[in-house]
Design a protein around this ligand. Structure first.
Ligand code: HEC
Length: 145
């Protein structure tokens, strides 16, 4: 029985549809890194690690901060509509929203490079309904040989 459950879980994990689909439906509660899928694309997977280290604290669903929660597609849609350049700029340089909630520059982690912050943004929108622009960005990150 235990084996059967394990195989079923494995089959679910490996189903291509699950891998291809980011997280279209919002997860309840605080979203920790382990609840988020691993993107099948290196640049986005790298962004996932940065997100877990720095951005999760607020964007995992910390209501006190007013940060848009990862996987909340409705909350993210108008932000994603601004375009990646605006989101990258706001994440790198910091941003204060209309309700005076503050997105600190680089999420408050000055050690992060621009590229690391951009990857974290791309991962966050990939997991929040913006998989098309995130994947288009990831295409530009493939090193040229
Ligand atoms: C201390 C809490 C905090 C941390 C840590 C944090 N953010 Fe934010 N972030 C916010 C808040 C609050 C907002 C919403 C500001 C507003 O629009 O009201 C925000 C908004 C954003 C936005 C949307 C900006 C827009 O124009 O709509 C992006 C993108 C973003 N954060 C990326 C990141 C990334 C990437 C990290 C990690 C490197 C990160 N944030 C870490 C608090 C945080």
């Amino acid at each position: 029985m235990r084996t059967a459950c394990f195989s079923l879980a494995l089959a679910t994990l490996m189903a291509p549809s699950v891998l291809a689909q980011a997280t279209p439906e919002g997860l309840d509660g605080f979203v920790t890194l382990d609840r988020l899928p691993v993107p099948d694309v290196a640049a986005l997977a790298a962004g996932r690690a940065v997100w877990g280290d720095t951005c999760q604290n607020c964007h995992g669903g910390n209501k006190l901060t007013g940060a848009p929660k990862i996987t909340s597609t409705e909350v993210w849609a108008p932000r994603i509509d601004q375009g990646l350049d605006v989101l990258f700029d706001h994440a790198i340089n910091g941003f204060i929203g209309p309700k005076y909630a503050e997105m600190p520059a680089r999420g408050g982690n000055a050690d992060l490079s621009d590229a690391e912050v951009e990857a974290a943004v791309a991962f966050m929108i990939w997991a929040s309904g913006g998989d098309s622009p995130a994947l288009a960005w990831a295409e530009t990150q493939i090193p040229k040989e």
